[in-house]
Design a protein around this ligand. Structure first.
Ligand code: SF4
Ligand code: SF4
Length: 109
């Protein structure tokens, strides 16, 4: 079998989503918890987030915030989830989830 670690590291976000769709419910739940765990240290400390009263996290997965309106910078590129999932966007709290942004790109062509 090809080096799985290597193929994962070079896979696109879209490929990773397909691979993850085959994961067990338990693993998917653990992944979601992982996202929130990391997100606290990035979204939670981000100028766009702080002071807005928002308490939710994981916008790259769950989609836009219903509270945050003004963009004041984004720390997502520094978050390990961006690298792990090959995320290529930012400001998920105001722009939508990675899945939504990926879909939007397809319709731009
Ligand atoms: S998605 Fe980006 S801009 Fe929004 S709160 Fe998180 S780090 Fe900040
Ligand atoms: S990439 Fe951004 S939205 Fe996603 S977990 Fe990291 S900091 Fe949060």
């Amino acid at each position: 079998m090809a080096n799985l670690e290597e193929s994962w590291s070079t896979a696109t976000f879209e490929d990773k989503v397909k691979i993850m769709a085959h994961m067990s419910e338990k693993d998917q739940k653990r992944n979601a918890e992982n996202v929130i765990g990391f997100c606290k240290d990035y979204c939670g400390k981000c100028p766009t987030y702080k002071g807005t009263g928002e308490t939710k996290l994981g916008f790259c997965t769950l989609g836009k915030s219903s509270v945050i309106e003004e963009q004041k910078g984004c720390l997502c590129s520094q978050c390990p989830i961006s690298r792990t999932m090959s995320l290529r966007w930012d400001h998920y709290c105001t722009q939508g989830s990675a899945m939504e942004l990926s879909e939007a790109e397809k319709h731009q062509i």
